[in-house]
Design a protein around this ligand. Structure first.
Ligand code: PLP
Length: 486
């Protein structure tokens, strides 16, 4: 493809993307395709001779698009929606037009410096303490691919720090702490590192938040057994129910265990810190006081297209001491002089995408005010949904709504059903909802209770979509109940 052919194909792509967005609402959220639909439609081997790009682009429309789940759909209420924006898309487009792996400052100075700037802008927007800023010279922020990568990087750094500050430690006895509500990223980090991960219990009466006393008892017990607690992954906004671990109590307990690295996973709810009125509930003060690191995904609720997992650390040296491997061919005079950040030493890979560009586009185009407005709008829509659930005699909210997430279940009025029967009834409701392709929700289990989750966050969701979803939920609940009693 030459430059003029690219121009033509590019205009066509943008036209088709715009048409797609105009038609998005009328499309099913979940594609009505069966496993193997695409495998059967595509040849086993690549073509011997190159094909005309027009045909390839048409095949994208015909074969690929119909098999996509539309996370951008206004009726996508599953997992945590990804709030992608046109600004973000354009950022990705520009960045892929100048592909470069940007691992050292000198391998592409703009990539490093824009990442430093956007990470500081984001930190300031969220109210993070100065020690997390790149401009502090000691701490700093880096964009990782996912929050799971962030947790792994943090665990690697914490292990290395433990080893350096306590030489002779049997590293096999290191323990990572998470709760039963922590995302799989904690257990995954422990699997990768071959370390123990202790999963702490949380209680319904504590709204599934980790309490200080639970942590303390576990630390004491493990230390008594000769183990070495080295990382706690606390969560602000768990995936299942939006629980917020009690960082106030955890921070106090951790004072007695100075070698315990507290990482805060705020992958979803971290963006609420942009709004001053949510900083108390999202525990900003404690994050700034106790956390050695904090991460949030702008690719979830932060208006930036996947991927953009933001990670800040209080001490950048903890990352570079653990991850700096510099063969001769990677040395540069700026690095040798200590004058620059080389982000390759802040994550696991060497090469990295130019992700800060889309964050820069989004933050400039929305401004802090636009960002706040969007977060507030989602929370408001969720409040509306929660009010509808609360007003219904047949449904119940399981945990207090958290930001833009409501966890609920069907508990029909007057019915005396065992917990097991209620779980089965809700499973049947959820299965019925899953068969409706015009809306998507996800399920969860909270200490054995089967619930349905409703998360607002897609950029195009409006009140009418929330109300439509509620209408479908009620319809399907009616059928599920009829089947149940038949
Ligand atoms: N942490 C929380 C609280 C999440 O909800 C999720 C995903 O939903 C993750 C971490 C994982 O994020 P990632 O896919 O970026 O690893």
């Amino acid at each position: 493809m030459d430059i003029e052919e690219f121009r033509k194909a590019g205009y066509q792509a943008i036209d088709r993307i715009c048409d797609f967005y105009y038609s998005l609402e009328k499309r099913p959220v979940v594609p009505p395709v069966q496993p193997g639909y695409l495998l059967n439609a595509l040849p086993d081997s690549p073509p011997e001779k190159g094909e005309d790009f027009g045909i390839i682009a048409d095949d994208y429309q015909k074969l690929i698009l119909p098999g996509l789940t539309h996370w951008q759909h206004p009726s996508f209420f599953a997992y945590f929606p990804t709030a992608c924006t046109f600004e973000g898309m354009l950022g990705d487009l520009y960045s892929s037009s100048t592909p470069n792996p940007g691992f050292n400052w000198s391998s592409s100075p703009a990539c490093t410096e824009l990442e430093m700037v956007t990470m500081d802008w984001s930190a300031r927007m969220l109210g993070l303490a100065d020690h997390f800023l790149n401009s502090s010279g000691t701490g700093g922020g880096v964009i990782q691919t996912t929050s799971s990568d962030s947790a792994l990087v943090v665990a690697v750094a914490a292990r290395s720090l433990y080893q350096r500050t306590r030489p002779g430690t049997n590293l096999e006895k290191l323990v990572i702490y998470v709760t039963s509500q922590t995302h799989s990223l904690g257990v995954k980090a422990s699997l990768v590192l071959g370390l123990e991960c202790r999963i702490l219990d949380v209680r319904a009466e504590d709204e599934y938040a980790l309490r200080g006393e639970t942590l303390k008892a576990a630390l004491e017990e493990d230390i008594g057994k000769g183990k070495h607690p080295f990382v706690l992954i606390a969560t602000v906004g768990t995936t299942s129910s939006g629980a917020i671990d009690r960082l106030d109590e955890i921070g106090e307990v951790a004072k007695d265990y100075p070698s315990l690295w507290i990482h805060v996973d705020a992958a979803w709810a971290g963006v609420t810190l942009a709004c001053p009125e949510y900083r108390k509930v999202a525990r900003l003060e404690e994050i700034n006081k106790y956390a050695a690191s904090i991460g949030t995904n702008f690719h979830k609720w932060g208006l930036v297209n996947f991927d953009a997992a933001l990670l800040w650390v209080k001490s950048r040296e903890d990352l570079t001491d653990a991850l700096d491997v510099t063969p001769e061919f990677l040395r540069t005079k700026q690095s040798d002089a200590g004058a620059v950040i080389d982000y390759r030493n802040w994550h696991l890979g060497l090469g990295r995408r130019f992700r800060s560009l889309k964050i820069w586009f989004v933050l400039r185009s929305y401004g802090v005010e636009g960002f706040q407005k969007y977060i507030r709008k989602c929370i408001e829509l969720n409040r509306h949904f929660a009010a509808l659930v609360e007003a219904s005699p047949d449904f119940s909210i399981v945990t207090p709504p958290s930001f833009a997430l409501t966890v609920f279940r069907l508990i029909p009025r007057g019915a005396e059903l065992s917990e097991e029967s209620l779980n089965d009834l809700n499973r049947s409701l959820y299965a019925r909802l899953g068969a409706r392709h015009e809306v998507l929700l996800t399920q969860t289990l909270l200490n054995g209770t089967f619930c349905v989750r409703f998360a607002v966050g897609a950029e195009r969701t409006r009140k009418e979509h929330v109300e439509h979803a509620w209408q479908l939920i009620q319809e399907e609940a009616g059928v599920a109940l009829k089947d149940w009693t038949a």
